[in-house]
Design a protein around this ligand. Structure first.
Ligand code: COA
Ligand code: ZN
Length: 306
């Protein structure tokens, strides 16, 4: 049986939050449309944060509105608080990813509240979805940052991550994503944490969000697939990182992740040639920005070559 796996592009959100230059709205929408045409069903298109905190996303409403016009694309958005979710709802969001951190110290640095306060806020968001009659129309995903460790406080208790995931699943989360924000995960911890967290997450789909900070990114993807995960975040050119987490670096590169999963016999639905063309455009859109990923340089393997 062929296995299908879903790769969500997060370069427009996780990636751009580390890029100080402002990418014009038209270019962001060109990126969305081109990547959607290359076979991506879901793209995290922006983040609803205060423009004073991240000016890169001042055009969040315009980007989401434009992305919602792209046929066949699920345009998801990140929100760190209820206010951001209300802005996203006003713009017509169909999928919202709510971020909170398992690490108390990172949650304070990132959102200026305790992890329990962020969990309580998540509950309010699920109640809001119900009150608006949107339970079947709006997907609510929760991403638990620093699930594998934190560069501010150090170790994060895996039992705490499992407990947070179970609470969010109880609220009605459609998806729970475990994120390795600062590259503390390794294949063994990935296998163990997903194995331990899954039973408490009921019907929620499990997803993984890996940064390649210590070169473990793709190995962690393999470990997660073996644990049963079929949804992955990745950023074109390995962009990404969290401005509120010291030492954070880029996500796994989308193009390398697609290549690897296809080599493992999984179906991503991605047209690699089209993706690499977009990857070249990205370098032109972000001159001077350090991009990563091996596929652009090497290209796919052609038969008869070594
Ligand atoms: N979008 C726009 N404006 C927002 C907002 C949002 N999501 N959240 C709050 N605001 C505004 C408020 O209206 C208020 O404006 P005012 O001073 O004009 O009245 C101001 O920002 C402060 O609001 P406050 O209630 O103190 O904010 P908060 O404590 O609920 O939230 C965060 C703080 C979460 C918004 C802030 O810490 C943040 O943006 N963090 C970034 C998190 C992130 O994206 N990290 C990277 C991804 S992991
Ligand atoms: Zn990230």
């Amino acid at each position: 049986m062929t296995e299908t796996v879903s790769i969500r592009e997060v370069g427009l959100r996780d990636g751009l939050q580390m890029v100080t230059r402002q990418l014009p709205t038209e270019i962001k929408l060109d990126w969305c449309a081109t990547q959607s045409a290359a076979g991506f069903n879901e793209i995290e298109v922006t983040s609803f944060v205060p423009p004073s905190v991240m000016p890169q996303f001042t055009d969040a409403t315009e980007v989401l509105t434009g992305a919602l016009q792209i046929k066949g694309l699920l345009a998801s958005v990140l929100v760190p608080n209820f206010k951001g979710a209300l802005r996203a709802l006003d713009a017509g969001a169909r999928k919202i990813t709510y971020v909170l951190s398992a690490s108390e110290a990172h949650n304070q640095a990132n959102t200026r509240r305790s992890t329990d306060a962020s969990i309580a806020m998540a509950r309010t968001l699920f109640e809001e979805r119900r009150a608006r009659g949107l339970t079947d129309k709006l997907q609510l995903s929760c991403i638990i940052a620093t699930s594998f460790g934190c560069s501010i406080q150090g170790a994060v208790d895996p039992a705490r991550v499992c407990d947070i995931a179970a609470q969010l699943a109880d609220f009605g989360a459609d998806e729970i994503s475990l994120a390795d924000t600062v590259g503390h995960a390794d294949p063994k911890s990935v296998a163990t944490l997903f194995h331990d967290a899954m039973p408490g997450c009921g019907q929620a789909a499990m997803a993984a969000h890996f940064h390649d900070t210590r070169g473990m990114g793709l190995a962690n993807v393999v470990a997660a697939t073996e644990a049963g995960v079929r949804r992955f975040d990745a950023a074109l050119g390995g962009l990404g990182g969290c401005p509120f987490a010291p030492g954070a670096t880029g996500n796994i590169a989308t193009e390398d992740c697609v290549y690897m999963l296809e080599r493992l016999g999984m179906v991503t639905g991605v047209d690699m040639a089209a993706l690499l063309e977009l990857r070249q455009k990205l370098a032109a859109w972000l001159p001077g920005e350090e991009l990563h990923g091996k596929m652009l340089r090497a290209g796919p393997i052609r038969s008869g070559t070594i």
